[in-house]
Ligand binder design. Sequence first.
Ligand code: SF4
Length: 319
Amino acid sequence: MSEVLLDVRHLKKYFPSGDRNRPVKAVDDISFQIFRGETLGVVGESGCGKSTTGRLALNLMQPTEGEIRFEGRRLDVMRGKTMREMRKQMQIIFQDPYASLDPRKTVFQTLAEPFRIHNREMSREEIHREVTRLIGCVGLRPEHIYRYPHEFSGGQRQRVGIARAIALNPKFVVCDEPVSALDVSIQAQVINLLQDIKQEYNLTYMFISHDLRIIKHLCDRVMVMYLGTVVEIGSKEAIYERRRHPYTQALLSAIPNIRQTDTGKRILLTGDIPSPINPPSGCPFHPRCRYCMDVCKREKPALREMEDGTRVACHLELV
Ligand code: SF4
Protein backbone atom coordinates (compact mmCIF):
# COMPACT_ATOMS: atom_id res chain seq x y z
CA MET A 1 0.00 0.00 0.00
CA SER A 2 1.34 3.46 -0.86
CA GLU A 3 1.98 6.14 1.67
CA VAL A 4 -0.98 8.15 2.92
CA LEU A 5 -0.69 11.81 1.89
CA LEU A 6 -4.03 13.10 3.13
CA ASP A 7 -5.96 11.48 5.95
CA VAL A 8 -9.48 12.76 6.63
CA ARG A 9 -11.39 11.57 9.68
CA HIS A 10 -15.01 12.21 10.67
CA LEU A 11 -15.11 15.46 8.76
CA LYS A 12 -18.22 17.62 9.05
CA LYS A 13 -19.06 20.99 7.60
CA TYR A 14 -22.35 22.54 8.62
CA PHE A 15 -23.43 25.94 7.35
CA PRO A 16 -25.99 28.12 9.12
CA SER A 17 -29.49 28.10 7.63
CA GLY A 18 -32.48 30.30 8.46
CA ASP A 19 -33.26 27.90 11.30
CA ARG A 20 -30.64 27.89 14.07
CA ASN A 21 -31.42 24.32 15.04
CA ARG A 22 -31.16 22.95 11.55
CA PRO A 23 -27.87 23.72 9.80
CA VAL A 24 -27.12 22.82 6.20
CA LYS A 25 -25.15 19.60 6.49
CA ALA A 26 -22.91 20.06 3.45
CA VAL A 27 -20.44 17.39 4.60
CA ASP A 28 -21.64 15.01 7.27
CA ASP A 29 -19.07 12.76 8.89
CA ILE A 30 -16.84 11.51 6.10
CA SER A 31 -13.53 9.69 6.40
CA PHE A 32 -11.14 8.84 3.57
CA GLN A 33 -7.50 8.78 2.63
CA ILE A 34 -5.57 9.90 -0.43
CA PHE A 35 -2.36 8.05 -1.22
CA ARG A 36 0.75 9.72 -2.55
CA GLY A 37 0.87 9.73 -6.35
CA GLU A 38 -2.72 8.68 -6.94
CA THR A 39 -5.72 10.46 -8.41
CA LEU A 40 -8.82 10.12 -6.28
CA GLY A 41 -11.98 10.95 -8.21
CA VAL A 42 -14.87 12.45 -6.27
CA VAL A 43 -18.27 12.08 -7.93
CA GLY A 44 -21.90 12.77 -7.14
CA GLU A 45 -24.75 15.03 -8.16
CA SER A 46 -24.43 18.76 -7.62
CA GLY A 47 -24.93 19.72 -3.99
CA CYS A 48 -23.57 16.42 -2.66
CA GLY A 49 -20.63 18.10 -0.89
CA LYS A 50 -17.84 17.42 -3.43
CA SER A 51 -16.53 20.96 -3.70
CA THR A 52 -16.87 21.63 0.03
CA THR A 53 -14.84 18.47 0.66
CA GLY A 54 -12.14 19.73 -1.74
CA ARG A 55 -11.91 23.09 0.02
CA LEU A 56 -11.86 21.45 3.45
CA ALA A 57 -9.07 19.15 2.28
CA LEU A 58 -6.94 22.24 1.60
CA ASN A 59 -7.96 23.99 4.82
CA LEU A 60 -9.53 26.77 2.76
CA MET A 61 -12.46 26.59 5.15
CA GLN A 62 -12.79 25.55 8.76
CA PRO A 63 -14.47 22.20 9.40
CA THR A 64 -17.28 22.02 11.95
CA GLU A 65 -15.75 18.81 13.29
CA GLY A 66 -13.15 16.26 12.28
CA GLU A 67 -9.47 16.02 11.53
CA ILE A 68 -7.44 16.46 8.36
CA ARG A 69 -3.82 15.32 8.29
CA PHE A 70 -1.40 16.13 5.50
CA GLU A 71 1.76 14.03 5.68
CA GLY A 72 0.76 13.22 9.25
CA ARG A 73 0.40 16.86 10.37
CA ARG A 74 -2.94 18.26 11.53
CA LEU A 75 -4.01 20.73 8.86
CA ASP A 76 -7.34 21.76 10.34
CA VAL A 77 -5.68 23.41 13.35
CA MET A 78 -2.90 25.13 11.39
CA ARG A 79 -2.97 28.90 11.15
CA GLY A 80 -0.83 31.89 10.15
CA LYS A 81 2.74 31.38 9.01
CA THR A 82 2.70 27.59 9.40
CA MET A 83 -0.37 27.34 7.17
CA ARG A 84 1.13 29.77 4.65
CA GLU A 85 4.20 27.54 4.40
CA MET A 86 1.98 24.48 4.04
CA ARG A 87 -0.09 26.23 1.39
CA LYS A 88 2.83 25.96 -1.07
CA GLN A 89 2.39 22.20 -1.06
CA MET A 90 -1.30 22.18 -1.85
CA GLN A 91 -3.15 24.01 -4.59
CA ILE A 92 -6.50 24.15 -6.32
CA ILE A 93 -7.57 24.44 -9.94
CA PHE A 94 -11.01 25.97 -10.11
CA GLN A 95 -13.90 25.13 -12.37
CA ASP A 96 -14.29 28.51 -13.93
CA PRO A 97 -11.14 29.88 -15.53
CA TYR A 98 -13.05 33.10 -16.31
CA ALA A 99 -13.74 33.83 -12.66
CA SER A 100 -10.55 32.53 -11.12
CA LEU A 101 -8.18 34.99 -12.84
CA ASP A 102 -8.02 38.67 -12.00
CA PRO A 103 -9.07 40.51 -15.20
CA ARG A 104 -6.87 43.52 -14.28
CA LYS A 105 -3.67 41.49 -14.11
CA THR A 106 -1.51 40.24 -16.94
CA VAL A 107 -0.53 36.58 -16.92
CA PHE A 108 2.91 37.65 -15.74
CA GLN A 109 1.45 39.48 -12.76
CA THR A 110 -0.80 36.52 -11.91
CA LEU A 111 1.98 33.96 -12.13
CA ALA A 112 4.57 36.15 -10.41
CA GLU A 113 2.36 36.56 -7.35
CA PRO A 114 3.07 33.17 -5.70
CA PHE A 115 6.82 33.82 -6.00
CA ARG A 116 6.49 37.32 -4.57
CA ILE A 117 4.51 36.02 -1.60
CA HIS A 118 6.45 32.84 -0.87
CA ASN A 119 9.95 33.38 -2.32
CA ARG A 120 10.67 36.98 -1.52
CA GLU A 121 14.36 36.68 -2.22
CA MET A 122 13.76 36.01 -5.94
CA SER A 123 14.81 38.84 -8.26
CA ARG A 124 12.53 40.15 -11.03
CA GLU A 125 14.73 38.38 -13.62
CA GLU A 126 14.44 35.07 -11.78
CA ILE A 127 10.67 35.46 -11.49
CA HIS A 128 10.48 36.31 -15.20
CA ARG A 129 12.44 33.18 -16.04
CA GLU A 130 10.19 31.02 -13.85
CA VAL A 131 6.99 32.50 -15.28
CA THR A 132 8.24 31.95 -18.84
CA ARG A 133 9.17 28.36 -17.97
CA LEU A 134 5.74 27.76 -16.39
CA ILE A 135 3.84 29.15 -19.32
CA GLY A 136 5.81 26.83 -21.61
CA CYS A 137 4.97 23.85 -19.36
CA VAL A 138 1.27 24.42 -19.95
CA GLY A 139 1.64 24.80 -23.73
CA LEU A 140 1.44 28.60 -24.06
CA ARG A 141 4.01 30.86 -25.71
CA PRO A 142 6.42 33.28 -23.95
CA GLU A 143 4.66 36.34 -25.39
CA HIS A 144 1.41 35.25 -23.71
CA ILE A 145 2.69 36.42 -20.35
CA TYR A 146 1.99 40.05 -21.29
CA ARG A 147 -1.66 39.41 -22.11
CA TYR A 148 -4.76 39.83 -19.97
CA PRO A 149 -7.28 37.04 -19.28
CA HIS A 150 -9.86 38.44 -21.73
CA GLU A 151 -7.36 37.97 -24.57
CA PHE A 152 -7.40 34.19 -24.12
CA SER A 153 -9.84 31.41 -24.97
CA GLY A 154 -11.40 29.40 -22.12
CA GLY A 155 -8.95 26.54 -22.62
CA GLN A 156 -5.97 28.91 -22.60
CA ARG A 157 -7.25 30.56 -19.44
CA GLN A 158 -7.50 27.19 -17.75
CA ARG A 159 -3.88 26.54 -18.81
CA VAL A 160 -2.93 29.75 -16.98
CA GLY A 161 -4.89 28.46 -13.95
CA ILE A 162 -2.90 25.22 -14.10
CA ALA A 163 0.39 27.13 -14.39
CA ARG A 164 -0.53 29.14 -11.31
CA ALA A 165 -1.36 25.96 -9.38
CA ILE A 166 2.01 24.31 -10.12
CA ALA A 167 4.12 27.47 -9.70
CA LEU A 168 5.40 26.56 -6.25
CA ASN A 169 5.94 22.88 -6.95
CA PRO A 170 3.06 21.53 -4.86
CA LYS A 171 2.56 17.91 -3.83
CA PHE A 172 -1.21 17.89 -3.84
CA VAL A 173 -3.72 19.55 -6.18
CA VAL A 174 -7.49 19.63 -5.89
CA CYS A 175 -8.98 19.87 -9.38
CA ASP A 176 -12.54 21.12 -8.89
CA GLU A 177 -14.45 20.42 -12.10
CA PRO A 178 -11.51 21.85 -14.07
CA VAL A 179 -12.93 21.16 -17.53
CA SER A 180 -16.68 21.40 -17.08
CA ALA A 181 -16.79 25.06 -18.16
CA LEU A 182 -14.88 24.28 -21.38
CA ASP A 183 -16.06 23.20 -24.82
CA VAL A 184 -15.99 19.44 -25.25
CA SER A 185 -13.38 19.82 -28.00
CA ILE A 186 -11.02 21.57 -25.56
CA GLN A 187 -11.69 19.30 -22.57
CA ALA A 188 -9.49 16.46 -23.85
CA GLN A 189 -6.52 18.80 -24.35
CA VAL A 190 -6.76 20.14 -20.80
CA ILE A 191 -7.20 16.63 -19.37
CA ASN A 192 -4.10 15.46 -21.24
CA LEU A 193 -2.21 18.46 -19.90
CA LEU A 194 -3.30 17.63 -16.34
CA GLN A 195 -2.04 14.07 -16.82
CA ASP A 196 1.31 15.24 -18.20
CA ILE A 197 1.76 17.76 -15.40
CA LYS A 198 0.95 15.09 -12.81
CA GLN A 199 3.75 12.89 -14.17
CA GLU A 200 6.23 15.69 -14.49
CA TYR A 201 5.63 17.16 -11.03
CA ASN A 202 4.90 13.90 -9.15
CA LEU A 203 1.53 15.25 -8.11
CA THR A 204 -1.32 13.70 -6.19
CA TYR A 205 -4.77 14.78 -7.36
CA MET A 206 -8.21 14.97 -5.86
CA PHE A 207 -10.30 15.24 -9.02
CA ILE A 208 -13.84 16.46 -8.47
CA SER A 209 -16.25 15.95 -11.33
CA HIS A 210 -19.80 15.03 -12.14
CA ASP A 211 -18.54 13.53 -15.42
CA LEU A 212 -18.09 9.83 -14.84
CA ARG A 213 -16.37 9.31 -18.18
CA ILE A 214 -13.61 11.74 -17.27
CA ILE A 215 -13.28 10.17 -13.82
CA LYS A 216 -12.92 6.74 -15.42
CA HIS A 217 -10.25 8.02 -17.75
CA LEU A 218 -8.20 9.83 -15.13
CA CYS A 219 -8.58 8.30 -11.69
CA ASP A 220 -7.07 5.40 -9.76
CA ARG A 221 -9.74 5.32 -7.06
CA VAL A 222 -13.21 6.79 -6.87
CA MET A 223 -15.24 8.18 -3.98
CA VAL A 224 -18.99 8.43 -4.55
CA MET A 225 -20.78 11.07 -2.46
CA TYR A 226 -24.45 11.52 -1.77
CA LEU A 227 -25.98 14.25 0.40
CA GLY A 228 -22.76 15.06 2.23
CA THR A 229 -21.81 11.45 2.90
CA VAL A 230 -19.54 8.88 1.26
CA VAL A 231 -21.61 5.96 -0.01
CA GLU A 232 -18.86 4.03 -1.77
CA ILE A 233 -15.10 4.32 -2.17
CA GLY A 234 -12.78 1.94 -3.94
CA SER A 235 -10.57 1.28 -6.92
CA LYS A 236 -11.80 2.52 -10.29
CA GLU A 237 -12.23 -1.07 -11.44
CA ALA A 238 -14.33 -2.00 -8.40
CA ILE A 239 -16.52 1.07 -8.69
CA TYR A 240 -17.14 0.80 -12.44
CA GLU A 241 -17.32 -2.97 -12.77
CA ARG A 242 -18.86 -4.13 -9.48
CA ARG A 243 -20.83 -0.94 -8.65
CA ARG A 244 -22.22 -2.32 -5.42
CA HIS A 245 -24.05 0.67 -3.97
CA PRO A 246 -27.50 1.29 -5.50
CA TYR A 247 -26.65 4.98 -5.96
CA THR A 248 -23.40 4.14 -7.79
CA GLN A 249 -25.44 1.77 -9.99
CA ALA A 250 -27.89 4.54 -10.85
CA LEU A 251 -25.16 7.09 -11.59
CA LEU A 252 -23.28 4.73 -13.88
CA SER A 253 -26.38 3.47 -15.64
CA ALA A 254 -26.97 7.03 -16.89
CA ILE A 255 -23.89 6.87 -19.12
CA PRO A 256 -24.58 5.07 -22.40
CA ASN A 257 -21.06 3.80 -23.09
CA ILE A 258 -20.46 2.40 -19.65
CA ARG A 259 -24.01 1.36 -18.87
CA GLN A 260 -23.98 -2.31 -17.90
CA THR A 261 -26.91 -2.96 -15.62
CA ASP A 262 -28.49 -6.42 -15.36
CA THR A 263 -31.04 -5.27 -17.89
CA GLY A 264 -28.74 -2.97 -19.84
CA LYS A 265 -31.14 -0.14 -19.03
CA ARG A 266 -30.80 3.15 -17.32
CA ILE A 267 -31.89 3.15 -13.65
CA LEU A 268 -34.06 6.21 -13.27
CA LEU A 269 -33.78 7.88 -9.91
CA THR A 270 -37.17 9.06 -8.75
CA GLY A 271 -37.62 12.15 -6.60
CA ASP A 272 -35.26 15.03 -5.95
CA ILE A 273 -32.17 14.99 -3.81
CA PRO A 274 -33.45 15.61 -0.26
CA SER A 275 -32.50 18.86 1.45
CA PRO A 276 -29.23 18.82 3.40
CA ILE A 277 -31.06 20.92 6.02
CA ASN A 278 -33.40 18.07 6.70
CA PRO A 279 -31.75 14.85 5.50
CA PRO A 280 -33.77 11.64 5.63
CA SER A 281 -33.52 9.35 8.64
CA GLY A 282 -31.41 6.20 8.30
CA CYS A 283 -29.77 5.80 4.91
CA PRO A 284 -29.76 9.22 3.21
CA PHE A 285 -30.47 7.52 -0.13
CA HIS A 286 -33.51 5.57 1.09
CA PRO A 287 -36.28 7.78 -0.39
CA ARG A 288 -34.84 7.17 -3.88
CA CYS A 289 -33.54 3.62 -3.52
CA ARG A 290 -35.24 0.81 -5.37
CA TYR A 291 -34.00 -1.72 -2.78
CA CYS A 292 -35.11 0.23 0.31
CA MET A 293 -35.96 -2.00 3.30
CA ASP A 294 -37.42 -1.08 6.70
CA VAL A 295 -34.00 -1.03 8.35
CA CYS A 296 -32.82 1.54 5.77
CA LYS A 297 -35.34 4.07 7.09
CA ARG A 298 -34.18 3.61 10.68
CA GLU A 299 -30.44 3.02 10.65
CA LYS A 300 -27.71 4.85 8.83
CA PRO A 301 -25.45 2.22 7.25
CA ALA A 302 -21.77 2.40 8.16
CA LEU A 303 -19.10 2.04 5.47
CA ARG A 304 -18.29 -1.69 5.36
CA GLU A 305 -15.12 -2.99 3.84
CA MET A 306 -15.46 -5.62 1.11
CA GLU A 307 -12.91 -8.28 0.26
CA ASP A 308 -11.34 -6.15 -2.47
CA GLY A 309 -10.93 -3.17 -0.12
CA THR A 310 -13.93 -1.23 -1.45
CA ARG A 311 -16.00 0.36 1.31
CA VAL A 312 -19.75 0.59 0.84
CA ALA A 313 -22.43 2.19 3.04
CA CYS A 314 -25.46 -0.04 2.47
CA HIS A 315 -27.56 -2.54 4.47
CA LEU A 316 -27.85 -4.94 1.52
CA GLU A 317 -25.96 -8.22 1.67
CA LEU A 318 -23.03 -7.33 -0.53
CA VAL A 319 -19.98 -9.32 -1.54
FE1 SF4 B 1 -30.77 1.39 -0.50
FE2 SF4 B 1 -31.00 0.56 2.00
FE3 SF4 B 1 -28.67 0.35 0.75
FE4 SF4 B 1 -29.62 2.73 1.47
S1 SF4 B 1 -29.03 1.08 2.83
S2 SF4 B 1 -28.71 2.21 -0.46
S3 SF4 B 1 -31.79 2.46 1.14
S4 SF4 B 1 -30.58 -0.71 0.23
